[in-house]
Design a protein around this ligand. Structure first.
Ligand SMILES: NC(=O)c1ccc[n+]([C@@H]2O[C@H](COP(=O)([O-])OP(=O)(O)OC[C@H]3O[C@@H](n4cnc5c(N)ncnc54)[C@H](O)[C@@H]3O)[C@@H](O)[C@H]2O)c1
Length: 323
């Protein structure tokens, strides 16, 4: 089936992997990528795609807060579906200065929703996060019904966006779907995030800063498993629903650091415990039963092999992270 997608934030980590995945999987998909190219966006992430799929892929540099531009893109390209990846995404930055998080993650989403409502769209897919649910004790999992209880300004901005998306569904019947995924790893992730930071510092024998005592737990998923899940949601997802996405890979931060050091044959003395992040959530863990049972998705990437492949990608692509 022919589909015209507007992907916002497609020059970031997950968005660029998603665009590559969709263009390679479907010959009938056309994609417009709207990205502001903040410090986290890198058009080099899609250099191969720009040449290979020049008839089906268009890049537009711009802000999701620019309603006129968004409207023009939707109308001129007969966009069927908006998939919104655009966001300020780094928790530490949100603690230092939340203003941009409010602008892009809340006002930006409202702008997209409003234009989508006025112009008419078949689907609006909001890429949210498990961080909207807050913190977990040592047991239990986030389900779609878990009340939102965000703790960081980043999480609060994403939770606010989810509320707006739901409100546009209930008030205007805008055909929306929300996905909430756990922590991603894989190629093209900017080196402020835990896994690329550890790999890149270790490769250069630099200290690895680990927050607190390193026992905070995150639930890791390979970015391609996330992209496949979003594709399942586009193809089979029910309007108005929320889908959690996760791969049941709970790991402490210190275990991740030790794993990477071992693979790179570097000493554990590189680990340096740093003052804990303010309001640091202890544990995230996703229950993804709904997307598995209702849409038939399941993760396929083995954590240890895929993390090894990710390490190899950063070794083979020094020019990318040294830019
Ligand atoms: N990385 C994760 O582990 C993870 C997990 C779950 C959900 N998410 C969500 O997935 C989405 C993508 O995350 P990511 O890790 O790829 O983020 P990222 O920071 O790598 O990329 C974000 C992209 O959005 C663009 N952008 C920022 N503000 C914009 C604006 N106002 N207008 C247009 N473009 C703008 C940036 O230039 C960048 O290319 C985010 O919404 C994030 O909340 C991320």
């Amino acid at each position: 089936m022919k589909m015209n997608l507007l992907v916002t934030g497609g020059c970031g980590f997950i968005g660029s992997n998603f665009i590559r995945y969709e263009l390679e999987k479907y010959s009938s998909v056309n994609i417009v990528n709207l990205d502001k190219l903040t410090y986290a966006g890198n058009s080099e992430n899609l250099l191969d795609i720009q040449d290979k799929y020049k008839d089906r892929y268009t890049f537009v540099k711009g802000d999701i807060l620019n309603a006129e531009l968004v409207r023009q893109i939707i109308v001129e390209n007969r966009i069927d579906i908006i998939i919104n990846f655009a966001a300020e995404s780094h928790v530490d930055r949100s603690i230092i200065d939340p203003a941009d998080f409010v602008r892009t993650n809340i006002l930006g989403v409202q702008t997209l929703l409003e234009v989508a409502r006025q112009v008419g769209i078949k689907r609006f897919i909001q890429i949210s996060t498990d961080e909207v649910y807050g913190d977990l004790p040592d047991n239990g999992y986030f389900k779609e019904e878990t009340p939102l209880s965000p703790n960081s300004p980043y999480a609060a901005s994403k939770a606010s966006a989810d509320m707006l998306v739901k409100a546009y569904y209930h008030t205007y019947q805008l055909p929306v779907i929300i996905t909430r995924c756990s922590n991603n790893y894989g190629p093209y992730q900017f080196h402020e995030k835990l896994i690329p930071l550890i790999i890149i510092n270790a490769l250069q024998s630099k200290m690895l800063p680990i927050y607190g005592d390193g026992t905070n737990v995150r639930d890791w998923i390979h970015v391609i498993d996330h992209c496949r899940a979003i594709d399942f949601v586009i193809q089979r997802g029910e309007i108005g629903e929320i889908y959690n996405i996760g791969a049941n890979n709970e790991r402490t931060n210190i275990d991740i650091a030790k794993f990477i050091l071992k693979r790179l044959k570097k000493p554990e003395t590189l680990i340096k415990f740093a003052k804990d992040r303010l309001g640091h959530d202890r544990r995230y863990a996703i229950n993804a039963d709904k997307i598995k049972s209702q849409l038939g998705w399941k993760p396929v990437c083995d954590f240890q092999n895929s993390l090894q492949e990710t390490i190899s990608w950063y070794i083979d692509n020094r020019a990318w992270w040294k830019i």
